[in-house]
Design a protein around this ligand. Sequence first.
Ligand code: ZN
Length: 156
Amino acid sequence: MRSWRNYAYPHDTERPGLLVEHGATAWSDEVDLARTGPYRHPTGIAVLPMNTLPDHEHMFHGDLTPEELGDDSGRKVYTPAEWCDRVCRQTAAIAEAGGTVTILAHPLCIKIADDWATFERLCGFVARFPSVTATQAVERLEATPDAARVASAPDR
Ligand SMILES: [Zn+2]
């Protein structure tokens, strides 16, 4: 095992140390829109934060409708087109800052939202940027150990 992402992001303080103990070099359970890219956890493992709006929580699809959400949650949920626009803006801002973008888009969520139309638009946008594997992102971290945080509002 070289990398880890948990279902639904939960983790405790023991997780990073246990991952290092078992040989993992990259860990991606964190959602932090203010991060511009990977950073080094004190245990030594590289954290690859999801730094754009995750689709499942922030895009209307399936049972997550405006009617089901109601108006009392305060949760920011967008139409697929609005979600895609935000992710594209976040991607461009992070790329402009020299960072590494991690997008979380679940195949099932994307499929039921609009039968891949939004995902195809998103892929068309991100195709203009170079891509890296998790291993390459960790290697890049070695060269620039202090990943910056963007100063703008997390929702960009
Ligand atoms: Zn979903």
